[in-house]
Design a protein around this ligand. Structure first.
Ligand SMILES: [Zn+2]
Ligand SMILES: [Zn+2]
Length: 102
């Protein structure tokens, strides 16, 4: 049985770290075991990657939606059957003569 140098917790002989406070035991230091937080940068990098991937997906979805909207707005103009004036596809009435479009 070994005791933590920091908090005094009883630890099993094969412990490299205190299970209470995370401080390295003499065994851990002697064997050169890196503390878990030494790997944190990798872990943070993974989160970062996942987030940027998610952000990219959102951006692509936005672009697709924007493209759809743009396409639906940019439909060919329609010519009024009465006065032949060109109206945009979303017009319900001819803006020149007032004819109702079907
Ligand atoms: Zn401890
Ligand atoms: Zn018209």
């Amino acid at each position: 049985m070994v005791y933590c140098s920091k908090c005094g917790s009883k630890l099993s002989d094969d412990s490299n770290f205190c299970l209470k406070c995370g401080v390295r035991t003499k065994k851990g230091i002697k064997e050169g075991v890196s503390p878990h937080w030494a790997y944190r940068s990798n872990w943070e990098q993974e989160i970062e990657d996942a987030l940027s991937k998610a952000a990219k997906n959102v951006e692509e979805a936005f672009n697709a939606a924007r493209e759809n909207i743009r396409r639906s707005i940019n439909k060919k103009p329609i010519a009024c059957p009465k006065c032949k004036e060109e109206n945009l596809s979303y017009h319900k009435f001819c803006y020149k003569c007032g004819k109702k479009f079907k």
